[in-house]
Design a protein around this ligand. Structure first.
Ligand code: AMP
Length: 112
């Protein structure tokens, strides 16, 4: 079981900033920017590579939750970044799909 499943199940605490029936958003425990929030579905999908046609609406919902969280954190006007890491070379460390919402500083490009 992943650490994010344990957060969904309420077995370990998280600093939640949003929750509805399909998704949770919470602060990353090792923030890489002044604002660093993770948006996850409650459905256990490993990564974007594992999302299927039946997840189309859920994937869209996660993107809109990311934008909503960015607005509520006050980073929408300055701009921010939404990223999802996939697999080993993508730098994914938790096998439950998540969107990183990063903001509050100037982002670099290309990402490392
Ligand atoms: P990734 O490397 O893209 O899989 O991102 C996983 C993220 O989860 C990392 O940024 C971690 O800092 C974060 N993370 C791991 N455990 C926790 C936790 N218990 N609460 C909040 N964030 C976590």
């Amino acid at each position: 079981m992943t650490i994010f499943q344990q957060i969904i199940d309420g077995n370990i605490p998280a600093d939640k900033v949003f929750e509805d029936e399909r998704a949770i958003a919470f602060r990353d425990i090792q923030p890489q920017a002044p604002i660093h929030i993770l948006v996850i579905p409650k459905k256990p999908i490993v990564s974007l590579a594992d999302a299927s046609e039946e997840d189309r609406d859920l994937m869209g919902h996660l993107m809109l939750v990311a934008a909503q969280v960015a607005r509520s954190e006050g980073i929408d006007e300055a701009g921010y970044r939404v990223v999802t890491n996939i697999g080993r070379e993508g730098g994914q460390s938790v096998d439950h799909i998540h969107l990183h919402v990063l903001g509050g500083r100037q982002m670099g490009w290309p990402p490392g």
